[in-house]
Ligand binder design. Structure first.
Ligand SMILES: *Cc1c(COP(=O)(O)O)cnc(C)c1O
Length: 427
């Protein structure tokens, strides 16, 4: 499938032809779809909570069985020993975010990881104390930055620099990010951006931001909540300092699913990198000698404080198994066409049904967006949303007037997108 040589058509037959040509089309059979009033729903909320992999239950039951069978000895004797349960994710996660195996770990939850990593990488001084971030970041990130500044005795108002969209625009101009970094070059300690903005779906150029941050002597980290499993990334090659993500959005690992973290090997290997320690970050071979003096594993795993959340992680295994059957690159190839088809139909339907008054605020440039489109309604937004819901299509509403939906390449198809179009046309 190649975006350049497709002439889109607004027919169900055409959507079906695209589905027939889709090499990833079968992956969808490995997921449970919600069923509403006896009918399988069209699901577009994978950017909020990914669907359940059918194997999640099996993997979860395996751990329950092993717990019943072994009790404490399951730590070493169960099918997948709990002592090393987090190792099950290393290879797949490294591939998904473009990292070395030693640079990733599945642990905790997203905001917790963001704080933990900031404790290591936001080390402000009187002269260098600012954090540069995007305006309109996810609230949890805003609160994290605000309280980290306070923790170190700074006033968030002067410590946090937000890069805003220009007047009359919805997304942030890349030039403005780079010039903000340059403007604060002698006072910035940390640059933190979301990989993909949750509201507009804008994808930032992580490599450029990293280079710009490093050039002025700042550390650079990313919250990849909406980017992981959605955009191909090369965190190691781009020399990113740290990153964190959750696994319940595009990684389909269930509500409250285990989060993940990336720490560049140059920091993980360096014993001088301060990390708040717990026993699970301690050298594995000698961990059970239980002696004084923290000896960190020289990898991202040394940021683990506690033993693995096995029950929660069972679903993560089921999901990453499916990622292992393909690659984010392949998913992205399909995603580019799928999102473009959605954009084509949504621009078209506005001209066919004049009651629809919205503007797509997600960037038009496919390089600056992933599997999401956000529609900003000028009127009738809530009514349109209710109409769509009533027709068995699950999308997401953000106050005051944004309707977000994500055609997820792993389990959505072209006919799903066509259904949304047909439903909007009938509003
Ligand atoms: C979803 C999301 C979160 C949620 O944080 P949790 O700690 O997992 O509850 C945080 N930040 C961003 C950018 C998100 O998109």
């Amino acid at each position: 499938m190649n975006l350049k040589n497709i002439q889109f058509q607004n027919t169900r037959t055409f959507a079906k032809e695209l589905d027939d040509a889709d090499a990833l089309g079968d992956l969808r059979d490995q997921f449970h779809f919600p069923v509403i009033k006896g009918k399988r729903a069209v699901y577009f909320c994978g950017n909020s909570l990914g669907l359940q992999p059918k194997n999640a239950k099996k993997y979860f039951l395996e751990e329950l069985d092993d717990w019943a069978k072994w009790g404490v000895d399951g730590h070493f004797n169960s099918t997948r020993p709990w002592f090393a349960y987090h190792h099950n994710f290393t290879k797949s996660l490294a591939k998904i975010v473009g990292a070395k195996n030693s640079e990733v770990v599945a642990m905790n939850t997203l905001t917790v990881n963001l704080h933990l990593l900031m404790l290591s990488f936001y080390r402000p001084t009187k002269k260098r104390f600012k954090i540069i971030m995007e305006a309109g970041a996810f609230p949890s990130d805003m609160y994290a930055m605000e309280t980290q500044a306070k923790l170190h005795g700074f006033n968030p108002k002067s410590a946090i620099v937000e890069v805003k969209p220009r007047k009359g625009e919805h997304t942030i101009d890349e030039e403005d990010i780079l010039s903000a970094i340059d403007k604060h070059k002698s006072s910035v300690a940390l640059v933190v951006f979301g990989g993909v903005n949750y509201y507009t779906g804008q994808y930032f150029d992580l490599e450029k931001i990293t280079k710009a941050g490093h050039k002025v002597g700042a550390k650079v980290g990313f919250d990849l909540a909406h980017a992981v499993g959605n955009m191909p990334m090369e965190l190691h090659k781009w020399d990113v300092d740290f990153a964190c993500w959750c696994s319940y959005k595009y990684l389909n690992s269930g509500p409250g699913g285990v989060g993940g973290a990336f720490v560049n090997e140059k920091h993980a290997k360096n014993p001088k990198t301060l990390r708040l320690a717990g026993w699970w970050g301690y050298d594995e071979k000698t961990r059970f000698q239980m002696t004084k003096g923290f000896k960190p594993i020289p990898t991202a795993e040394s940021w683990q404080m506690s033993n693995a959340q096995v029950m929660n992680m069972a679903a993560h295994r089921a999901s990453l198994d499916i990622f292992d059957q393909t690659s984010v690159k392949n998913l992205r190839k399909k995603s580019l066409v799928l999102t473009a088809y959605a954009e084509y139909l949504l621009e078209l339907v506005k001209t066919e049904n004049k009651k629809l008054k919205y503007e797509i605020v997600t960037p038009k440039n496919p390089e600056q967006r992933g599997a999401q489109l956000s529609l900003l309604f000028k009127s009738n937004g809530k009514k349109v949303f209710k109409h769509v819901e009533k027709n068995n299509i699950i999308v997401d509403w953000r106050e005051p007037n944004v309707f977000r939906f994500a055609p997820v390449p792993m389990y959505n198809n072209f006919q799903d997108v066509y259904e949304l179009y047909a439903c909007l046309k009938a509003f």
